[in-house]
Write a protein that binds this ligand. Structure first.
Ligand SMILES: Nc1nc2c(ncn2[C@@H]2O[C@H](COP(=O)(O)OP(=O)(O)OP(=O)(O)O)[C@@H](O)[C@H]2O)c(=O)[nH]1
Length: 307
């Protein structure tokens, strides 16, 4: 018959502590600490007995103990996987996962099992960091997908999406909304004489002027090439034409080979349309056609759409 081995708490790698039940006098005092606890805390088992559990915990963990862990133990009789921070003899703070149970009877004690959780904490922190990084990448990807790379304005896709949202709001509130389409005059000549990079520079400067003169509620985007568009909520045709006229003057401050830059503009407004044809495509098409008519009429001017 093989000799029977008696396994004791010192044979196990987890730290075991026993305290009196919290509703007893001296409830926080340690009555027992095994070798695992001594190893984790760097304090001999005998030196731990008689000390208070609260002395071993950080202030934040003591708050957690009083407000959550002890009430839960008294109510449920046990608790699992509570994260607390304990202080070691060297003054280090280490995270631990705690499982605890309240033994039944008059002599109720609390048996605590503490598992060092430094690695788990590191892993949690790395996961949080990785999640933040992914969120930031996905935000960057989103921004790339809605932004025109050269000018920083919204691109055609986003212009359409925002315009549709604004148009739906305008329909609900029965307020007017206008679309302005503008195109640089003879831009090919700029590229041909000044070079493509100088052309890019002009597109950027024009975009900056447009952005600076858009209201917060307006959407201004690059539709493509040297064509830009405004969507103006709460703006009737007459007000959109005032903005367009102002744009001619502002854009004229950009000089190309000593000459003011000029643009042709078309304006269309929802107030002129029947409810059922009042869609962004219709408004944009009308404004775009008016812009081409402005080109045909000699450029450097604004024309209102013919509905
Ligand atoms: N530098 C630069 N040029 C561009 C870009 N996108 C389009 N263009 C140029 O814009 C010019 C547009 O030329 P056209 O469509 O003939 O129009 P235009 O010369 O402006 O003449 P009108 O519109 O009739 O006044 C072309 O030379 C395109 O290459 C860009 O991102 N950068």
């Amino acid at each position: 018959m093989p000799q029977q081995k008696h396994w004791g708490p010192d044979d196990f790698p987890c730290a075991c502590l026993v305290t009196a039940s919290p509703d007893k006098q001296g409830g926080q005092q340690l009555l027992f600490a095994n070798a695992g606890a001594a190893k984790l805390l760097g304090i001999a088992s005998e030196a731990l007995v008689g000390r208070k559990l609260t002395e071993l915990l950080t202030p934040a963990s003591n708050i957690m103990l009083d407000t959550y862990l002890l009430p839960l133990l008294l109510h449920e009789g046990e608790c699992d996987e509570v994260m607390l921070d304990i202080k070691t003899a060297e003054g280090q703070t280490i995270p631990v996962v705690i499982n605890a149970s309240l033994t039944a009877g008059d002599q109720g004690h609390i048996c605590w099992s503490l598992f060092g959780a430094t690695r788990r904490n590191q892993l949690d922190q790395e996961l949080v960091k990785a999640r933040r990084q992914l969120e930031s990448y996905s935000e960057q990807l989103y921004q790339l997908s809605v932004t025109d790379e050269l000018t920083g304005l919204v691109n055609r896709r986003q212009l359409k999406r925002r315009a549709e949202q604004l148009l739906a709001q305008a329909k609900r509130s029965k307020s007017p909304i206008s679309v302005v389409v503008l195109d640089i005059d003879k831009f090919k000549q700029v590229n041909d004489t000044q070079g493509h990079l100088a052309g890019d520079e002009i597109l950027k400067r024009l975009a900056a002027v447009l952005r600076a003169h858009a209201r917060e509620s307006d959407v201004v985007g690059r539709y493509g090439g040297e064509e830009f568009s405004f969507v103006l909520p709460d703006t009737c045709e007459a007000d959109a034409v005032i903005l367009a006229r102002r744009l001619h003057a502002l854009v004229g401050e950009i000089q190309v080979a000593g000459q003011p830059l000029t643009i042709s503009i078309g304006v269309a407004s929802s107030e002129r349309l029947e409810e059922e044809v009042n869609a962004y495509e219709t408004l944009f098409e009308l404004a775009d056609r008016a812009m081409y008519e402005a080109k045909m009429a000699g450029r450097n001017q604004t024309l209102v759409a013919r509905y």
